[in-house]
Design a protein around this ligand. Structure first.
Ligand SMILES: C[S@@+](CC[C@H](N)C(=O)[O-])C[C@H]1O[C@@H](n2cnc3c(N)ncnc32)[C@H](O)[C@@H]1O
Length: 395
């Protein structure tokens, strides 16, 4: 059988999670994997690209490179886009499209303007060749084009454009299980990445005593039980790549079947999953966590209760505590939160000796109140807030 040709692609990932995202992509068969800033470069085949859409938990987006060309000004951009590919094949006028742009060069510094330039180049091409043009649809386009500009050297030499197709069309972090949003929920792919950094594999207990809408626990359970993030109740979510000129329905079905076959009711070692417990003080938020766990198909493995984190009684361990306590962005909340962090530190030392704590901190002063020394710090960004994912060995 002839070897499937490969192409260059980019996974857009949460800042700080480039390394675990690269490891995940390698494990899913991607090649030439190279962590960048907020992104990971890779090569893959068409079936590999399908697999990544169905199974990768960390990316926001997966972009398939169509063309890469020097780009110093708007004329370069216009010409480069027109020559990038056979637009008649990828974008016949009856398909609707949208253009997104990121990055900049010295003379193309406004993403919105650069995106317009791409759109104009494409529809002018269509008019010349077909006498008709595609309409732009911002909400539910058939094809999503992505332009990334990089500035090159100071002064503009070496500036480059990469034009890609976005395989999902919407952000991959929306798994579909979360109709209900708690207070300040974590994005699903960020939660999955934080869990990946802990190395939790389902063999020891996992607890989140401030679980909110349950994202950390749900993502952990989904990973341990092989629930593919691109499937919703066993069926694939709609992906933009299904409208592509070279979409191969048989290959797609093979990958969907393979993703479905990963689901199991035990851990990867065939043994029952260790307890996964959550506490949340707000009953309405707890109800959201329960609804989300049900929608994600992992409710039977989660033990979620209403209660105060200070009253947390760990199951027999040692195990892992993960949490994302409030940071208190508003003035006046600080004192109460310092008290909460102090109580958490005392409770953990009293009842969870030998366990490991991973805590997402958005405020170093508050984590000081834990009176514990972090053994690892990973800088991540949570909705634009500069945070640290901190590991503590509880003694
Ligand atoms: C930042 S949110 C956690 C968000 C969660 N990671 C998610 O993705 O939905 C913090 C949560 O801690 C809860 N909380 C605050 N103080 C608590 C306490 N003493 N005991 C239990 N839960 C508490 C809040 O109600 C809130 O839902």
């Amino acid at each position: 059988m002839a070897l499937e040709p490969s192409f260059a692609a980019i996974a857009v990932v949460p800042p700080g999670l480039e390394e675990p995202a690269a490891a995940e992509l390698v494990a899913l068969g991607a090649e030439a994997v190279r962590p960048l800033r907020r992104a990971v470069a890779l090569r893959t085949t068409r079936s590999g690209f399908y697999r990544l859409h169905l199974q990768a938990r960390l990316p926001f987006r997966l972009l398939r490179e169509l063309a890469r060309f020097p780009c110093h000004n708007r004329e370069d951009l216009y010409r480069g886009v027109q020559e990038a590919t056979d637009w008649g094949r990828w974008l016949p006028p009856d398909l609707r499209f949208r253009v997104e742009a990121s990055g900049s060069t010295a003379s193309l510094s406004h993403s919105h303007y650069s995106a317009l330039q791409v759109k104009n180049a494409v529809i002018d091409w269509q008019r010349q060749h077909f006498g008709a043009r595609s309409s732009v649809d911002l909400d539910s386009p058939d094809l999503v084009l992505h332009l990334h500009l990089s500035p090159g050297r100071p002064g503009g030499g070496g500036a480059e454009a990469v034009l890609s197709l976005d395989g999902s069309g919407t952000s991959l972090h929306r798994r579909g299980y979360r109709a209900a949003l708690g207070l300040a929920p974590l994005k699903e792919n960020l939660a999955a990445g934080l869990i990946a950094l802990t190395g939790w594999d389902g063999t020891v207990p996992l607890a989140d005593p401030l679980c909110g809408s349950g994202t950390l626990l749900i993502e952990a359970a989904c990973a341990a039980l092989g629930r593919a993030p691109g499937l919703d109740g066993g069926s694939p979510r709609p992906f933009s790549l299904q409208h592509w000129a070279d979409f191969d329905a048989d290959q797609w079905q093979e990958e969907v079947k393979a993703a479905r076959a990963l689901a199991r009711d035990q851990g990867a070692d065939g043994r029952p999953l260790a307890p996964i417990v959550g506490l949340e003080q707000e009953p309405s938020v707890l109800a959201q966590a329960q609804a989300n766990a049900t929608a994600a198909g992992v409710a039977p493995w989660l033990d979620l209760h209403a209660g105060d984190a200070r009253d947390f009684l760990p199951p027999p361990g040692p195990g892992l505590v993960v949490c994302n306590p409030p940071y208190g962005a508003r003035l006046g909340e600080r004192d109460a939160l310092e008290g909460l962090y102090g109580d958490l530190g005392r409770m953990l030392k009293e009842r969870c000796g030998g366990w490991t704590l991973w805590l997402l901190s958005g405020n170093p002063e508050l984590t000081g109140a834990l009176r514990m020394k972090a053994s690892r710090r990973v800088a991540v960004s949570n909705g634009g807030i500069d945070c640290r994912w901190l590991r503590y060995d509880i003694r």
